[in-house]
Write a protein that binds this ligand. Sequence first.
Ligand SMILES: [Fe+2]
Ligand SMILES: [Fe+2]
Length: 287
Amino acid sequence: MKHWHIDQIDWASFDPRKVDPEIVPLVKAAAMVEKNGADYTLYLRGVFHDDPDFKAAADHWGVEEEQHGDTLGRWAELADPGWSFEEAFARYRAGYKVDVNADASIRGSRTGELIARCMVEIGTSSYYTAVGEATEEPVLKEICKLISADEYRHFKLFYDHMRRYLAREKLSFWQRLRVSAGRIGESEDDELAFAFHCGNEPESVPYSHDRCIAGYMGRAMGYYRFRHIERGMGMMFKSIGLTPRGRFADWAAKGAWQLLRWRAARYRRQIDAMPPLGQASPQGAAA
Ligand SMILES: [Fe+2]
Ligand SMILES: [Fe+2]
């Protein structure tokens, strides 16, 4: 059962005057990645084909992720009445595919798969917390609160199953670290960048990964505060079996924060050199 329903949201209190125009393109992109959760459910069902408990949990998880997509998509349509979530999502689906027929994890083990899922949920939980705290628009604030609570529960769900598999598969610390670092690195792959393209650029503009990831990250990174990184780092440490609160976690959080600020500034300079969204140059030369 879902913890909340899209119709529970107080849509009537939407206030267009409080919409931050820099948040809208991010919400459009996130809506599509979330809505695509159904495909990941199929993938997880294949990887955990003989584990009925996990398959039931994955089904439930997928329904919640899809609802995140529908909710964010509906908000984006309110913020930009000329935008159609359905049309943008159809473009995304046509160009981005998840391997739904896998019968083994692309991470090399089930423990690895679950650690990778933990990393994704840590990222989304921190992200919606950051955006929810930054926005003044009351409906988006409410949505982000509901979604970030779901994402945190998802983290706990995958973490608990991961502990169960770890006892059986006995992945070493270094194997766990490698999977987690690998999945974090993938956050700048096509999944988000292509969603940003389909949500925000006309079809006449060819997709450019570099332009779109800068467009997404340059905006998104600006909403984080140190406390979000500190909390996320604690969750990452926990996922790979390290003490979540301690001097080492503290150093790692400070280092990650410096890196994020440096990269945010670099992406922001790229955005500032681009034409406004919707008018990106056909050659993607501004990337
Ligand atoms: Fe989600
Ligand atoms: Fe999630």
